[in-house]
Design a protein around this ligand. Structure first.
Ligand code: UN1
Length: 526
């Protein structure tokens, strides 16, 4: 690959046509960046050089010098020192840090969104949406900082007072994927911060600049507080940095987002050393459409679900199950959508779908299409790679009357399977048939069907929607999946508790020592 540095164009361009890229400078991105930081950048980390590639142009945006073993130790030690300071800081004060961060994210939303677009290829609208997730979640986290109390429970013993207490856990490590290169850091970090845990972030090697830009923001905010080591970055190879982070018993909590295969291995390594995990792994999400549904809505839900973000969300829609009577019309409308879809430069305001992250990702989708054909799937719309630079691939739609084993596998790229169903029961059974259990949708205007789907006998996924698509969850709610999609929740709901040490506390002010369960241990000694 020819290394044409976009970042060099920035310098050449001052006053010239390439000025649109000057946002990279505003975000602190240089031609060669350090990939190790604990508030201060480690100037020359000892790891190899990593190139960040724009998947829409195949140009190198900038380079990163990755972290090595010495850098690792320096960062973890700074984080340990910060843990002592955060532990003493009242939670509402930790909320102030999040508020300051949030203000910076608001200020830089467009620039950060543009960087996401440039580095991972999602359209600018969605790039900004991702930053908005951090802003939205900041509000939730700031609220937690004043609200995250435990319950006071009535004691069974006279003169006793019992309550739950949530205290800082210690260090939290976050290993994130390319497809949400900032937001997933955001949910985890903002919860961790208000709970009092310094964070060590190992971002995807396919999106290092997004992480560096975020780290610059964190550094600026933390200068005001004169504390190092609260927000830390280690960009490094899996075998050098990732493996070490996962096995490091100084880090009690590991939040991992990525494939099921890797996630299950991370989970077993972390639990084997007594650590705790939040795992957000593969999705393979289904959308059921009953004959009574508003078809226009369902098609919109499907369209965003399988072509939004080039179907590279964990929540993207892979499988559509329309009732038999409407299967033909649903298929035709999905094909019409594919024909009308604007694919191209993700920075262009008209574009609806940008490139996939890499050539490997594109080849992987084409392989899945091939397998679906071999298994008897009928290709009703066959996506071709675009004849231009960049990893662009049109969507593919496969129609099948029977379940295909390829439908049990998540393909991270634009492929949709459509299988007609007899009724809701069959739709739910097929929805639940796969190992993954992240998101699910039902489109219907029938109240009974809606509640059935949302009941214990309905969808078994962590996210269950009626009349809205599988992707694009609001972040005030708990985010995560069941079965092979993961353990635990991130973002809203009760997810914050996972970042805390949990204690049940009792104070006895009775002057006696009554035992619980009514045990009279001292009856012979009165
Ligand atoms: C992911 O794809 O890893 O619900 C996260 C959504 C987004 C988050 C997706 N809020 O689609």
């Amino acid at each position: 690959m020819k290394a044409v540095f976009i970042i060099e164009n920035v310098r050449k361009s001052i006053g010239g046509v390439q000025m649109k890229y000057d946002f990279l400078e505003r975000l602190g991105i240089k031609k060669v960046n350090s990939g190790a930081c604990f508030g201060e950048w480690i100037e020359k980390p000892e790891g190899n050089i990593l190139q960040s590639i724009n998947p829409a142009t195949e140009e190198v945006i900038a380079e990163v010098r990755m972290a090595g073993s010495q850098d690792y130790e320096q960062v973890i030690e700074a984080a340990e020192r910060a843990a002592v300071i955060l532990r003493r800081m009242p939670a509402p004060k930790r909320g102030d840090i999040v508020r300051d961060l949030c203000n910076e994210f608001r200020r830089h939303k467009d620039d950060l969104g543009r960087l996401i677009t440039m580095e991972v290829g999602k359209i600018y609208e969605e790039g900004k949406g991702e930053v908005q997730e951090i802003i939205d979640f900041s509000d939730v986290a700031i609220g937690h900082a004043r609200m995250m109390g435990g319950r006071v429970t009535p004691s069974e013993r006279p003169g006793h007072f019992t309550f739950e207490s949530y205290d800082p856990l210690g260090l939290a490590e976050e290993i994130t994927a390319f497809n949400f290169p900032q937001a997933v850091w955001g949910w985890n970090t903002l919860n961790a911060t208000v709970c009092g845990d310094p964070v060590i972030w190992k971002p995807s090697l396919q999106a290092p600049l997004s992480a560096i830009a975020v780290q610059h923001i964190c550094n600026r905010v933390m200068k005001k507080y004169s504390i190092e080591g609260v927000f830390n970055l280690l960009i490094g190879e899996d075998m050098i940095i990732g493996d070490r982070l996962v096995k490091d018993s100084r880090i009690p909590l590991v939040s991992f987002t990525g494939s099921t295969a890797v996630g299950l291995r991370v989970g077993s390594l972390v639990t084997a050393r007594g650590g705790e995990c939040i795992l957000e792994l593969g999705g393979n999400n289904a959308l059921i459409i009953l004959a009574d549904a508003n078809i226009d809505l369902a098609i919109k839900g499907l369209a965003f679900g399988f072509t939004g973000t080039a179907k590279q969300r964990c929540t993207s829609t892979s499988r559509a199950y329309p009732e038999e009577d409407i299967a033909g019309i649903v298929t035709d409308r999905v094909v019409d959508w594919c024909k009308s879809l604007t694919i191209g430069d993700p920075l262009h305001p008209q574009t609806q779908m940008g490139p996939l992250i890499s050539e490997k990702a594109r080849a992987n989708v084409l392989r899945s299409v091939q397998k679906a054909k071999e298994q008897g799937g009928e290709v009703v719309y066959e996506g071709k790679p675009l004849d231009r630079k960049g990893f662009f691939l049109e969507p593919t739609v496969i129609y099948t009357k029977k379940h295909l084993s390829i439908m049990e596998k998540e393909t991270f790229g634009p492929i949709l399977y459509i299988q007609p169903i007899h009724d809701l029961e069959e739709g739910i059974a097929l929805n639940n048939k796969v190992d993954q259990g992240l998101s699910s949708s039902l489109f219907t205007n029938n109240l009974l069907s809606a509640f059935h789907f949302l009941s214990a006998e309905g969808s078994d996924c962590g996210i269950r929607n009626v009349n809205c698509g599988t992707s694009g969850a609001e972040i005030g709610g708990a985010f995560g999946g069941n079965k092979h999609t993961g353990w635990g929740r991130e973002a809203g709901g009760d997810a914050w508790k996972k970042y805390c040490r949990h204690s049940q506390c009792t104070i006895n002010w009775s002057g006696e020592l009554p035992l619980s369960q009514g045990i009279d241990f001292f009856k012979n000694k009165k």
